[in-house]
Design a protein around this ligand. Structure first.
Ligand SMILES: [Fe+2]
Ligand SMILES: [Fe+2]
Length: 220
């Protein structure tokens, strides 16, 4: 019985070419305002988690710009109206995230983390080179893998608050919650687009492996 269900799920996944975001979820771009003035230098429960999130922030503006560029490039190939609507919602959300993280990265650099600009430039060089040598399919797998990673870490951040921030409160924590919630809201979109256009998943596996190699696994 379970084997048939599993087979059904595999076939459904292989031939999905529509939005899997629930009908009840409308991907909405919110524009909250955060005042980071009183944010302590260790704003999560310990310095390692804080600097893990700070380092992640450095990568966000260019990654989310890339997500938006690749989605804009491919959206005209999508027939399903709900998925096209999801893409528009995702683009607006990622645009706001990229803007806000550019601002927080400037604050980090001003606070003395002088390497922020160096790593932003390095990431830009590496990702733009990878895109230049990629096929369209390999390029589309890039946001699908990246969004899988951001959804996983967002879910972890929201479901294990004590691990991440304990009893602390700050604008930086509220900012991270806002970003994490919107990542979960649009988590299926890039994968749905990739799945609609390309059925073979090996490209996705390569990108996920690259992300896995470059990001540490959280110890429990
Ligand atoms: Fe985002
Ligand atoms: Fe995202």
């Amino acid at each position: 019985m379970y084997q048939y269900r599993f087979l059904g799920l595999v076939i459904m996944t292989m031939y999905t070419s529509y939005s899997t975001t629930p009908e009840s979820v409308q991907i909405t771009a919110r524009q909250p305002v955060f005042d980071f003035e009183d944010t302590p230098s260790v704003w999560l429960s310990d310095p390692i988690k804080t600097h893990f999130m700070n380092a992640l922030s450095i990568l966000i503006p260019y990654s989310e710009k890339t997500v938006n560029e690749v989605m804009r490039k491919n959206s005209h190939r999508i027939q399903d109206s709900k998925l096209r609507q999801d893409i528009q919602g995702l683009i607006k959300q990622e645009g706001a995230h990229a803007r806000m993280h550019r601002h927080t990265n400037t604050l980090l650099a001003d606070a003395g983390f002088k390497k922020v600009v160096f790593f932003e430039r390095l990431q830009k060089q590496l990702m733009s080179t990878l895109r230049r040598v990629s096929t369209d399919a390999f390029e589309m797998a890039m946001p699908a893998a990246f969004e899988h990673f951001t959804a996983a870490i967002s879910r972890d951040f929201l479901t294990h608050p004590y691990y991440w921030y304990g009893n602390k409160e700050s604008a930086a924590i509220e900012f991270s919650k806002w970003h994490a919630l919107e990542e979960l809201e649009h988590q299926a979109v890039c994968y749905d687009v990739f799945n609609s256009l390309y059925k073979n998943k090996y490209r996705l596996s390569i990108h996920l492996s690259l992300i896995h190699i470059s990001e540490p696994t959280r110890p429990y």
